[in-house]
Design a protein around this ligand. Structure first.
Ligand SMILES: [Fe+2]
Ligand SMILES: [Fe+2]
Length: 481
């Protein structure tokens, strides 16, 4: 069997030769029923019997890895898929730079590595939990399919991390795998591990912003884990990135279509000023300033996922050659960062200043900067939509100090423009910058489901092309009667 071939004869599709790995196969098989229970409990509510036009990975060949078909989500073939092994791969950074990549966990880094895998693993089911109510208010069958596609793939990403835990971490790994099914997004007693994954996703604009901003954090984390000296983790993350690209597509085009619909409705009604919020809302579309507020919220929550700007933990995982930088192999330096510095925005004597820090401890900051640049490119494409239709408005990323709960700015109040402000000003102004209860209620009022094939809710434009090149009226979801 070549590495690109996925074995579908076992209960768990895989390209890691599980048939000959009895112990791991048994561990995965005993984890499986709990996973299905979790999926039925916490997965898309009300659509477990629906037939959904989903892609399933059938190979890891970049040129044709997926096939589309109608599937009931609980019957989705979640599997273990690793990108092909690179012959003679060398560790691309850290203390072990240049050594052959590890095929087994180095004993001295066991705990550190397990922690990285568990944290990544925990985010995957969390987003499924956050999105479980969305099916009921989908603006079209096309969009409904998209959220379900994202959900089953996040489920697969959980499998990917559970495989690593069960294969390489013995008993502790099995315990961690069980716990990944026990935590719940937003639960007071057993919350998910990271803040943004305990926030609600109350409406479809939130979902699209989430997949744009928070799945993009996921992309950056996976990119840096894909550099790992621990080869199985690298390979699993490389394949996850293939799937992840679609999640960001869903987010970017989802917001883009919302922007397009709003701008078109404004033009048709002859509304020039985007700040005429009531008039715009009366058209049944989401005004641009409210979208900016949602953007501010999701961007700032996602920045928190990068952790503290200056972090010895991050330095340690880099030096241990476990978690690298974005596109590590393309960076022209020593890949050890022995004497390098990196500029970090900090609060110094009541002022926001750029301070040079040792590049090793500023690893999180660097990844976050790469993330911000990636987000900005998406915003530029959104702004082009507005320009093209001829509305005078521009989306902007708020300052990195705005609305933060982690790192340098967690105790300060910073406006989206990057001005330090006092408590009273924040209290007075923040509802201009973040979605208010009323904004949420207005968006919620638009979330009425549209389930007729080819029809779309009035607040979002149809996509330019269908999934798998299907025609506009394709029945992406056959909802069970
Ligand atoms: Fe994921
Ligand atoms: Fe994702």
């Amino acid at each position: 069997m070549t590495i690109e071939t996925v074995d579908y004869t076992t209960k768990i599709p895989n390209n890691v030769n599980l048939v000959e790995d009895r112990q791991v196969l048994r561990a995965l098989e005993s984890w499986h029923p709990g996973y299905i229970d979790w999926w039925k409990d916490m997965g898309p509510e009300g659509f477990q019997e629906a037939l959904v036009y989903l892609r399933t990975a059938v190979s890891v060949d970049p040129k044709g890895w997926a096939k589309f078909d109608y599937v009931k989500m609980p019957d989705y073939r979640w599997g273990i898929l690793l990108a092909p092994k690179e012959e003679d791969r060398k560790i691309p950074f850290g203390r072990h730079f240049g050594e052959p990549a590890w095929q087994e966990v180095p004993g001295e880094y066991r705990a550190m590595l397990r922690r990285l895998v568990v944290i990544q693993g925990d985010t995957e089911p969390a987003s499924v939990e956050q999105q479980r109510h969305l099916g009921k208010t989908a603006p079209s069958l096309y969009d409904m399919r998209n959220v379900f596609q994202v959900n089953v793939e996040e489920g697969r990403h959980l499998w990917a991390m559970v495989y690593i835990l069960q294969k390489y971490f013995g008993r502790d790994g099995r315990e961690e795998a069980a716990e990944l099914l026990q935590r719940r997004s937003g639960d007071a007693d057993k919350p998910r591990m990271l803040g943004a994954f305990n926030e609600a996703t109350p409406d479809w604009l939130s979902f699209h912003m989430f997949t744009f901003f928070t799945d993009r954090d996921g992309k950056m984390q996976l990119e840096s884990l894909a550099q790992s000296g621990f080869d199985p983790l690298s390979r699993t993350c490389r394949f996850m990135l293939t799937e992840e690209a679609h999640h960001m597509f869903v987010g970017e085009t989802g917001v883009g279509r919302t922007i397009q619909r709003t701008c078109e409705a404004m033009k048709e009604a002859g509304i020039e000023d985007p700040m005429e919020i009531d008039k715009v809302r009366a058209l049944g579309v989401i005004d641009l300033p409210t979208m900016q507020k949602k953007l501010n919220l999701h961007y700032s929550l996602s920045l928190d996922l990068f952790g503290s700007e200056v972090s010895t933990n991050a330095a340690n995982t880099f030096s241990a050659s476990l978690k690298g930088r974005f596109q590590e192999t393309k960076i022209a330096d020593d890949h050890r960062l022995d004497n390098a510095t990196y500029p970090v925005l900090k609060l110094v004597d009541g002022e926001i200043k750029r301070v040079d820090e040792p590049a090793l401890t500023a690893i999180n900051m660097r990844l976050r900067d790469d993330y911000t640049a990636d987000c900005q490119r998406g915003l530029d494409r959104w702004n082009k939509i507005i320009d093209r239709i001829g509305v005078g408005f521009k989306f902007e990323l708020p300052h990195v100090g705005f609305h933060r709960n982690i790192g340098e700015f967690k105790d300060a109040h910073v406006s989206p423009a990057g001005v330090l402000i006092d408590e009273a000003t924040w209290a007075r102004e923040h509802s201009k910058w973040l979605p208010s209860k009323d904004d949420g209620a207005f968006i919620g009022s638009l979330m009425t489901p549209v389930t007729e094939p080819g029809k779309f809710a009035g607040w979002i434009a149809p996509p330019r092309v269908g999934i798998d090149n299907k025609p506009g009226d394709f029945e992406y979801v056959k909802i069970a009667a």
